[in-house]
Design a protein around this ligand. Structure first.
Ligand SMILES: *[C@@H]1O[C@H](CO)[C@@H](O)[C@H](O)[C@H]1NC(C)=O
Ligand SMILES: *[C@@H]1O[C@H](CO)[C@@H](O)[C@H](O)[C@H]1NC(C)=O
Ligand SMILES: *[C@@H]1O[C@H](CO)[C@@H](O)[C@H](O)[C@H]1NC(C)=O
Ligand SMILES: *[C@@H]1O[C@H](CO)[C@@H](O)[C@H](O)[C@H]1NC(C)=O
Length: 393
C-alpha cells in the first residue's frame, strides 16, 4: 500500500459525524454545434449553483455540457475567484487554466458562446502558496503543462484552506471548444500527483460516510433546470432508489470494476472484462468488436464529417444490457441515440470503439450509464454501487 493510501485510510478512521450542504443554483444555457476533433457536438454550457441550505449531506449541482460531460462550480483564492470545472472520476487532481496561459487554445472562441473562460490569477490572491513543481500531464490524447500550488478552495459548504491544485499554462486545442475552466478529479487519492493531497482526501474525513454519489440527467433547457447532483457523504434518497447493488473494485485505487457481459438484440458478449466509471466521458467506450455488433444491429452508417455512426432519430433501437455483478442494467434507445442537430433525421450512436491494451479497462461507462443508474462511489469499502434513477429532486 502506498504511503498516500495509508494516510488516506488513517484519515477515514477519524471521520466525524459532521455533515454540510452545498448550495445549488440554476442557470441559463447555451447550445452550440461545432466540430471538435472532427466530431460534431451539440454544445450546451450550463453553470452556477443555486443556493440551498439543507441539512444532512453535502450536495453539489451538476450542469450538462452537450451530454458529453458535467460541470460544477468551485472557487479558488482570497478573494474567491470562480471556476466551472468538469468532474472526472478517472483522476484525483484539481487543475484550472492559469492567467499566464496565453496561447489561442487558452481562450474559448466558438461563435455565439456565452461562456466566459475564467483564468486563475495567483497574484490577485492572498492565500496562494507556490511550490516549485512543474508537470506535463496527460489530458485526453494530449497534454497540459501545469504548476503546482496550494490555494483556498471553496465548494460552497466545504472550504479547504491549503488545497493542492495545478494551474495550467499550456492546454490542448480542444479547450477552445470546452466551456470549462479546469477539471475536478474525484479519483482515488493514491493516484494523486507526486504526494499531493486530493480534494476528496481532504473532504472525506468530514463526511458521514466516505462516499460520494452522482445522478445525472439530460439537460432541459426549456425548464432551465440543472442536470444532476453530486452528494458527498451519502446517497440522494429522492433522485435515487435506496436499493443499491454494489460490486467490488477491481483495484482499490481506481473506479474500475469487472463487467460480466453485454447484449443488444441478438448480439451478446459474455466475458469478464474490466470497466471504468468515467464521468468525464459522455459517450460509452466499448471493445471494437462490440462496436461492430452494435453497428450491425442498428444498421448505423459511418459519417466521416461527424466521425460518428448515424441512425434515424425516429427509429427506436433495441435496449442494451450491461451485466455487472450478475445484475442486468438496461439502457434504452433514447439514452444512447443522441441528437446532435444534424439534418435529415440523423442521430448518432453515443459509442466509440476502444483498442485493447493489457491491464486497461476495455469498457468506459460514462454519463449514458449514470443517467439511468445513480452511481455510489464508496471509498471506505472499495466498491461502486448502482441504483435506479427515480426522479430529479
Ligand atoms: C463568483 O460567483 C458568485 C456567485 O455567482 C458571484 O456572486 C460573485 O460575484 C462571483 N465572483 C466573481 C469574482 O466573479
Ligand atoms: C449565431 O449568431 C448569429 C448572429 O447573431 C446568428 O445569425 C446565428 O443563427 C447564431 N447561430 C446559432 C447556432 O445560434
Ligand atoms: C492578476 O492580478 C493582478 C493583481 O490584482 C493584476 O494586477 C493583474 O492585472 C491580473 N492579471 C490579469 C491578466 O488579469
Ligand atoms: C515531487 O515532490 C518532491 C517533494 O515535494 C519534489 O522534490 C520533486 O521535485 C517533485 N517531483 C516533480 C516531478 O516535480
Amino acid at each position: 500500500m502506498s504511503k498516500n493510501l495509508i494516510l488516506f485510510f488513517a484519515l477515514l478512521g477519524l471521520a466525524s459525524a459532521a455533515t454540510f450542504s452545498f448550495p445549488l443554483k440554476q442557470s441559463t444555457s447555451l447550445k452550440e454545434k461545432m466540430i471538435r476533433k472532427g466530431r460534431y457536438h451539440d454544445y450546451v454550457a450550463q453553470k452556477r449553483f443555486a443556493q440551498s441550505q439543507n441539512s444532512n449531506t453535502g450536495k453539489q449541482i451538476l450542469f450538462d455540457t452537450s451530454d458529453r460531460y458535467y460541470t460544477v462550480d468551485i472557487t479558488l483564492g482570497t478573494p474567491a475567484q470562480n471556476f466551472t470545472v468538469a468532474i472526472d472520476t478517472t483522476s484525483p487532481n484539481l487543475w484550472v487554466i492559469d492567467v499566464d496561459c496565453y496561447a489561442p487554445f487558452c481562450y474559448v472562441t466558438p461563435s455565439n458562446s456565452t461562456f466566459t473562460r475564467m483564468k486563475y490569477n495567483n497574484t490577485a490572491s492572498t492565500s496562494y502558496v507556490d511550490s516549485d513543481s512543474r508537470y506535463w500531464l496527460p489530458y485526453e490524447n494530449d497534454q497540459i503543462f501545469a504548476m503546482l500550488g496550494k490555494e483556498r478552495l471553496g465548494m460552497t459548504g466545504f472550504t479547504q484552506s491549503k488545497q493542492d491544485f495545478l494551474r495550467a499554462t499550456v492546454v490542448p486545442e480542444i479547450f477552445v471548444f470546452e466551456p470549462i475552466d479546469g477539471v475536478l478529479g474525484l479519483g482515488w487519492p493514491s493516484q494523486a500527483l507526486n504526494g499531493t493531497t486530493s480534494v476528496m482526501q481532504n473532504l472525506l474525513p468530514q463526511l458521514d460516510q466516505p462516499v460520494f454519489s452522482i445522478w445525472m440527467q439530460k439537460i432541459n433547457t426549456a425548464k432551465n433546470e440543472h442536470s444532476g447532483a453530486i452528494m458527498y457523504g451519502g446517497i440522494d434518497g429522492v433522485a435515487c432508489d435506496k436499493k443499491v447493488n454494489y460490486v467490488q473494485l477491481a483495484d482499490a485505487g481506481t473506479w474500475e470494476f469487472m463487467m460480466d457481459g453485454f447484449s443488444m438484440g441478438s448480439f451478446s458478449r459474455q466475458q469478464k472484462e474490466k470497466a471504468v466509471s468515467a464521468t468525464e466521458s459522455g459517450w460509452t467506450g466499448v471493445p471494437n468488436q462490440v462496436l461492430a455488433g452494435i453497428i450491425k444491429i442498428t444498421n448505423a452508417k459511418y459519417d466521416w464529417t461527424t466521425d460518428a455512426y448515424l441512425v434515424s432519430c425516429s427509429i427506436t433501437q433495441p435496449d442494451i444490457t450491461f451485466i455487472i455483478g450478475g445484475i442486468p442494467y438496461v439502457i434504452k434507445s433514447e439514452d444512447y441515440v443522441i441528437d446532435l442537430g444534424l439534418k435529415y433525421d440523423q442521430c448518432a450512436l453515443a459509442f466509440y470503439g476502444k483498442a485493447l491494451y493489457a491491464g486497461q479497462p476495455v469498457w468506459s461507462l460514462g454519463d449514458m450509464f449514470i443517467r439511468t443508474y445513480c452511481h455510489v462511489y464508496d471509498f471506505g469499502n472499495a466498491r461502486i454501487g448502482f441504483s435506479k434513477f427515480v426522479k430529479r429532486d
